[in-house]
Design a protein around this ligand. Structure first.
Ligand SMILES: Nc1nc2c(ncn2[C@@H]2O[C@H](COP(=O)(O)OP(=O)(O)OP(=O)(O)O)[C@@H](O)[C@H]2O)c(=O)[nH]1
Ligand SMILES: [Mg+2]
Length: 315
């Protein structure tokens, strides 16, 4: 075919062959800005996944490993069907490749203040081929969540939190193993959840996954009953404080990028139990609707509708 290839900055539409100019327009391939993300979310069935957690807790590694697993074939029943952010994924995976000459794998730190924070996947169900979904993952820096935990304004400024279909909060397994750091890891997690609820960024519709990351490190100390006991106390405290205030609370243990593969902890350990829900479930499929309660005015949209209906019936 005769024609030219044009990489269109800040455009993310499907690749188009323009008949007039005989031009193939390609998307830029880097991570997307929020407004570019809305272009996809407004046009297609899209799941928005916010990955939160302290600096270095493994947020970017989780997204990069998921991408890696999908490159090897169907993962969690879904096949890779495209991405607008292939360069963004590649930039994030580059430092962590096993072919890296470094002895220990490392992931480049996510820069705070970065505009291009969304990574995009288009997935297709491996059997029901007509079932496809677009997924947008946030890749924000840990500093953003550190600030959000300390200030309601900062919390309100975290993009897309209210629109999130799933809020995934990582607790660094490496810190949990360290007696000097584990208490602050626990209290910071609780403070961030509390702040998000106070700022109305999360609410009783939110689907929340609490994820102990770097489980390979915790697992390598399995003789250390103290650490496992501490993990349980975190789960109990978080359940007690937040179970009734959010739509769903689940706990997982993952090792997205273990330092060394053991016989039971490999790359992407724990993801298969957690990830399918991110592709398939939205709050209205999981959280029961509020019962009609005409005593509480405008308790929820459903109640408001019920009240108006009853008022009309009585006219
Ligand atoms: N042992 C182990 N290390 C991991 C695992 N996942 C990530 N890491 C390492 O943890 C470090 C931090 O990972 P990142 O993914 O950059 O963490 P982050 O939360 O994105 O960090 P910021 O962007 O700085 O907030 C890197 O050196 C990773 O290689 C894991 O499952 N096991
Ligand atoms: Mg990062």
């Amino acid at each position: 075919m005769k024609g030219k290839i044009q990489v269109v900055e800040s455009e993310i539409q499907e690749e188009v062959v323009s008949e007039n100019e005989n031009t193939v327009k390609l998307c830029h391939g880097e991570a997307l800005t929020i407004s570019e993300g809305y272009t996809i979310a407004g046009a297609k069935r899209t799941q928005v996944i916010i990955i939160a957690g302290e600096v270095g807790s493994g947020k970017t590694s989780l997204i990069a490993t998921l991408f890696h697993c999908l490159q090897r074939g169907p993962f969690c029943d879904y096949m890779f069907a495209g991405s607008k952010t292939l360069i963004g994924f590649d930039q994030r995976c580059h430092e962590a490749r096993t072919s890296s000459s470094r002895a220990i794998q490392t992931m480049e730190r996510t820069k705070s203040g970065e505009d291009r924070i969304l990574l995009h996947l288009h997935l297709r169900h491996k059997e029901k081929l007509q079932q496809s979904v677009h997924v947008l993952f946030s890749d924000l820096s840990g500093e953003r969540f550190r600030d959000a935990k300390d200030s309601i304004e900062e919390c309100r400024s975290v993009p897309l939190l209210q629109r999130a279909d799933h809020f995934v909060l990582l607790i660094d397994g490496d810190r949990i193993c360290d007696i000097a750091k584990r208490q602050s890891a626990k209290s910071e997690t609780i403070m961030l959840l509390q702040r998000c609820l106070d700022a109305e960024q999360l609410n009783n519709n939110s689907l929340i996954d609490l994820v102990f990351s770097k489980w390979d490190i915790v697992d390598s100390r399995e003789d250390d009953a103290n650490t496992l006991e501490f993990v349980k106390t975190i789960e109990v405290s978080i359940r007690e404080k937040f179970f009734a205030r959010v739509g769903r609370l689940r706990f997982f243990r993952i090792a997205a990028r273990p330092d060394t593969n053991s016989d039971h902890i490999n790359l992407g350990f724990g993801l298969e139990a957690m990830v399918p829900s991110w592709f398939e479930e939205k709050a209205d499929m999981i959280v029961p609707r509020c019962p009609l309660n005409i005593q509480v005015p405008k308790h929820c949209e459903y109640d408001q509708f019920g009240q108006e209906y009853i008022a009309m019936e009585n006219l």
